[in-house]
Ligand binder design. Sequence first.
Ligand code: AMP
Length: 343
Amino acid sequence: MVVIDGSQGEGGGQILRSSLALSLVTGLAFRIEKIRSSRKKPGLMRQHLTAVEAAAAVGRAEVQGAGIGSQQLVFAPTAIKPGNYHFAVGTAGSCTLVLQTVLPALLIADTRSELVLEGGTHNPYAPPFDFLARAFLPLIERMGPRVSAILQRPGFYPAGGGRFTVTVDPAAGLRRIDIPERGAIRNLAARAMVARLPRQIGERELKVVRDRLGWSEEWCHVIEADWSPGPGNFLCVEIVSEHCAEVFSGFGERGVSAEKVAKDTVKLVEEYLSANVPVGPYLADQLLLPMALAGGGSFRTLAPTLHLTTNAEVIRRFLPVEVEMLKRAPNDWEVRLENKTRT
Ligand code: AMP
């Protein structure tokens, strides 16, 4: 049994989700202790429990310790069962993170899966739906599987109520990808989503994007998403380059001006553009696990985050891979993942 220390490195929910995903793909049982011990409310929250339940359903697993607040869990999968699943977080907790947990196993399963996911679709500290659909999944598709995701209703904190569907057509094995360069920029877009809030919030955010990045009006759009239970506001800045697409996000918050939300998002975009690397900080930690399944891969990215280094540690516990991170400049790193068993 693999034993995982949930307090290592970043000490958050990713250690649990990656362990669940890796347990499903390797068939190895694991025990995790000190779950999310670095968070204000440690242990399993509703969103993490849904991820555990989703992984247990897909892997027909035996589970001990799956309760709200639990800081220890034992998970033993038996067999991967692709198929039709409906996973609902039940709160505004992120349902994209639930997908992140079960997707790796479904990518290499033997038949198609169709998923319905409900909860928060646009949450801070989690991949927003737009990032998933436009940055992450296109790279997964380059590895072989076909994955399509459709947003039916955005869900924001605190109301939740978001919903999206995902269809996964698996591949027999994942193909290695290498992303050394960004290449020429092909498309730029900024979208400000407002749900049950004044349209003007989105317009103010897009004005900051135009003023600071020098973008033109026709690249910027407000989306009024009043079919969300809302309220909510989400700013999404998309940079599509020859070899990679990236999505940077900002989230409206009570007491924080639209201008501040947009300025913070623009800062992330400027940092990414000036580093001249293809892969941004969030994509970097999320690409590692599929690359491990592919037996290797590489990319250039910004300075490694604690999420990236921690995820590399967790992956090494389940799979015979080596992850190298080589500094070329302060904000230009090469991350290489290789299968140790290969000659
Ligand atoms: P944790 O904090 O351990 O629950 O993990 C959060 C996960 O969400 C990590 O995989 C992050 O890369 C991802 N994430 C957080 N914020 C964003 C964002 N703005 N865009 C994309 N992914 C994100």
